[in-house]
Design a protein around this ligand. Sequence first.
Ligand code: GTP
Ligand code: SPV
Ligand code: MN
Length: 588
Amino acid sequence: MYTNNPKILSWIYEMAAKTKPDNIVWIDGSEEQLEELRQQAYKTGELVKLNQEILPGCVYHRSALNDVARVEDRTFICCEKEEDAGPTNNWMAPDEMYAKLYEIFDGSMKGRTMYVIPYSMSIVGSPFAKYGIELTDSIYVVVSMAIMTRVGTDVYDAIGDNGDFIKGLHSKAELDAEKRYIVHFPQDNTIMSVNSGYGGNVLLGKKCFALRMASCLGRDEGWMAEHMLILGIENPDGETRYLAAAFPSACGKTNLAMLIPPEIYAKKGYKVWCVGDDIAWLRPGPDGRLWAVNPENGFFGVAPGTSMKSNPNALLSTMKNSIFTNVVLKPDGTVWWEGMDKNPPTGALNWKGEPWDPSDGSKGAHPNSRFTAPARNCPCLSKEFDNPQGVPISAIVFGGRRAKTAPLVYQSRNWDHGVFVGSIMASETTAAATGAVGVVRRDPMAMLPFCGYHMADYWQHWIDMGKKVANPPKIFNVNWFRLDDEGHFIWPGFGDNMRVLEWIMKRCFDEIDAVDSPIGYMPKPEDINIEGLEGEVTLDTIKDLLTVDNGLWKQEVDGIKEFYSKFGDKVPKELKDCLSELEANLNK
Ligand code: GTP
Ligand code: SPV
Ligand code: MN
């Protein structure tokens, strides 16, 4: 026991009385204790030790076959009033949900150990920091939280004898998909997760706390919790400009955050620094700008497609002290996934643990298989990563997977219009959540699955925040995923996205003109630098990528109207005005 805080102690003992673990272990964050737990997990098979010469400190993990992604249909926001959860969240009355959950949690840790994990989102003691305690019966959760968050007993001191913290209760229970629930009680600062062992459902510091609960805290306290990467672009003069970008799950945040500039930029001295790859907390700073921190301490990244070619910084981040989940396990104790290289291994086990024959056409790694890597391993980690003040944000970038409608890039006319641009985001669904893949759905600000309250109130909060900062970031929208008629990506993407970021940054610092369009400001095609681009990208390609098809956008307006109608009177007037203006522009 490391605390006398009566709120902490009584809650832990109350939860232990319900879940009935055989014993309780207090996690202190020390390597010795973590190593002891890994050793135990090797014995039960919960973790597999990897080749320590090639991948020192690395372990392998498989989640259950029915438990490989977030479960949005089983994720609930249980605030007091249903209307406060809004039409995009599942809701149940708190009393009813507590009763249901306590029945499932009853004795769920029998024969197991309950681990008590004290953790901080952001740097302990910093102005951004928020604290949590997660109770879990999973060693995988303990070792993952130790990578993804700042785990340590200093968290108890930071909470103090009476301070607030987010309570998190997790039990694998029976891994019964029918009794799987991911539940948030914002008014009680409580998260409960049961019958899952998949990261996004059980690493409670991540989406549950740092987005769903934190979005509620941000609304109440005047800041923002967003599903955004943060990166810095250092120009040849040594000046670094920061942007934050919100793309839906598996739509390119980790890749953009660790971008390697194309050679023509590298030669000139441009560098890109990663501050965060998934979550940003943003606050107004004393200088009238918006400042952001990454509250996490590691990366929980999509493995397939990650290669020395596509994202060397991510791959290098996983070379030590990392966890690999649901990827291919090679006979030499290393790992593989689709897109790592063109040589699928023989004699390996697939993500299900079965002998895998790559020639039979099946995938070896699950499409949502992931690596969990310490941020500190990242070769391009920003030196501001540990700055408790965060970094000043010049641009906010929204984006998604759109085969046709959205152009490569456009800029909003002002903050409120930028909020509109975020609110109308749509993207094809991915394997990061269970359900159909490739279906276009509205995903405002990439927060559809992560906003802890009524989406229209969240939009209002964005509008209000714009008024609180004298110098708000400029807001843009990008789309790396336009397809040609044969279904190939037109834009090369990845490192070459730098070319679009350059235009964005120049716009933020009034260094380049733009042209007006019905949807917002667009680059002149010749202002997207295509120098040194391999393949068939020409000025005509850029023109094509920047076209705004009137017919498609009129359909888009219909889709937005239908989407907005779900929120009735709650849609902020500023957004309705933007929609009318968009429609009028298209009809001109
Ligand atoms: P979450 O961790 O789920 O939030 O995902 P993320 O937004 O960090 O996505 P990530 O960077 O892991 O990319 C997901 C998928 O998109 C991978 O398969 C990438 O290869 C692919 N991808 C990323 N950037 C680009 C790009 O610029 N162009 C194309 N065509 N694909 C990309
Ligand atoms: C996402 O799905 O957006 C992720 C992975 O970043 S998870 O932690 O599962 O949410
Ligand atoms: Mn994410």
